[in-house]
Ligand binder design. Structure first.
Ligand SMILES: *Cc1c(COP(=O)(O)O)cnc(C)c1O
Length: 449
């Protein structure tokens, strides 16, 4: 039996690098991995994890990293959060799987009740549960097509919706997500998004251009769904210029198109609200969720207007594992944590802390073109000084430098020139500040070199 170190909030919240990175035990695991794991799967860090909790990740050599990624906005409540652990332990002792389509259980129903209550919109809602974000997006498409009896799906430049065949078609970026993996699913159409840093037009103006393209190239009457992230995640935390999302939503409403908000990365207190759609009162017809929903266990949902969700024929939705009881128990524990700790308020405090610090950095380093995002979803976009030309070189250098100094940062962006910060919402101020100290030092080092 393997020994497990205790993680969760009990783990010492301090950056501490005691070996070279990677250390000897991580190197051993890396050698085993190289023999056993497909090289098609990569990892950001070269270290192997022993335990994690709140703001830190402890590796097998005793190094402690500051975690500014939260497993890509998943452990919003921290790793091994106490309510998640206790709900999961109770559930795993009672039963691990019956299949909701065969023998149903309360946890699935409770998660759907929570989703219906927490998502924006006062109308009657229903939900269905799945395993991954991509699977939720696939199902939102299926539901919208049945409801509208139309085929076309409209998505946006810089958008990311997953790696399955349908969602690869919906994702914008070729390398690494789509390259060589085609042909992709048909009837997917991509239109412009209002990217404030790179487009000075108003949100309404860009929306008008996108709408014209939909009307002329697709035909509004052929469109089943418009699917958009209220803040684009992998695209580089692009919050469309104010007015863009509402104009697209209004157009969808006028034309009987299902407006789908992909809140897989933005959901569950990440932006200082339960869902980022609340910022502009979007009230989407359907919302897809995953990532932050269950404190790290695989779970995803589609939630929306009852008449749309119920338009599917009986047995039309499902899957063997969708809404697995252990994952549902984790979601119940995670959602309780978010409410008890008021993690929306915490995300807004993190925003203030990070933006103040990053603004000071921007005034020192002219490669930082923009600081943007909302709540604990903040990014910096790097440019060649005095231009808008993407600077992916400095981005990679700074990110790698942070990793070897014990700070996990993630990159993003169509041009690979964005560093994004997604700390667990339970991380303390001191660790966030220290993480940003290291980022700043790495910029200074890279620009002097
Ligand atoms: C991560 C992500 C997905 C895909 O989720 P998986 O669980 O990786 O399939 C879809 N949409 C958005 C916005 C995401 O951030």
């Amino acid at each position: 039996m393997k020994m497990h170190a205790a993680g969760g909030p009990g783990l010492t919240q301090k950056r501490n690098i005691v070996t070279e990175i990677p250390g000897p035990k991580s190197k051993e695991l890396m050698a085993r991995r190289n023999n056993a794991v497909s090289t098609g799967v990569s990892s950001t860090l070269p270290i192997y994890v022993q335990a994690a909790g709140d703001g830190v990740i402890l590796d097998v050599d005793g190094n402690t990293f500051i975690d500014l990624g939260a497993g890509i906005a998943v452990v919003n409540v921290g790793n091994s959060a106490p309510h998640v652990v206790s709900e999961v332990q109770d559930q795993v002792t009672a039963f691990t799987h019956t299949c909701f389509m065969i023998a149903p259980y309360e946890g699935y129903v409770e998660v759907c009740e929570e989703l219906n209550a927490l998502t924006p919109g006062k109308f009657a809602k229903k939900s269905a549960l799945f395993n991954s974000g991509a699977e939720a997006v696939e199902n939102a498409v299926k539901i919208a097509r049945v409801f509208t009896k139309r085929d076309a799906i409209v998505v946006f430049e810089h958008g990311y919706h997953g790696r399955t065949n349908m969602t690869m078609a919906m994702t914008a970026k070729s390398m690494p997500y789509k390259h060589g993996f085609g042909p992709f699913a048909g009837e997917v159409y991509r239109v412009p998004v209002a990217y404030p840093f790179r487009d000075s037009r108003s949100g309404a103006e860009v929306a008008a251009a996108a709408i014209l393209k939909i009307e002329k190239e697709v035909g509004a009457d052929n469109v089943a769904a418009i699917v958009i992230e209220p803040i684009q995640g992998e695209g580089g935390f692009i919050a469309p210029t104010i007015g863009f999302l509402t104009a697209i939503r209004d157009f969808a409403k006028q034309k009987g198109i299902v407006f789908v908000a992909d809140e897989i990365q933005t959901g569950f207190c990440r932006t200082g609200q339960w869902f980022a759609s609340e910022h502009e009162n979007l009230e989407p017809d359907l919302i897809t969720t995953a990532k932050g929903i269950a404190g790290g266990l695989p779970l995803a949902g589609v939630t929306g207007r009852a008449e749309i969700m119920d338009s599917v024929h009986p047995s039309g939705l499902g899957g063997t594992y969708g809404g697995n009881p252990v994952a549902c128990a984790a979601a119940i524990g995670a959602i309780r944590t978010m409410k008890e700790m008021d993690l929306n308020a915490r995300a807004l405090k993190i925003e203030k802390l990070m933006v103040d610090r990053l603004k000071k950095m921007q005034s020192k380093f002219n490669v930082i073109g923009e600081i943007r995002g909302r709540g604990a979803m903040i990014a910096i976009e790097m440019i060649k000084p005095g231009s808008l030309e993407p600077n992916s070189e400095i981005t990679t250098t700074v990110a790698k430098g942070c990793h070897s100094e014990g700070v996990l940062v993630l990159t993003a962006g169509t041009y690979g020139n964005v560093i994004r910060f997604l700390p667990p919402l339970t991380m303390n101020d001191e660790l966030i500040s220290e993480g940003l100290d290291v980022v700043e030092a790495q910029f200074a080092k890279a620009l002097k070199a």
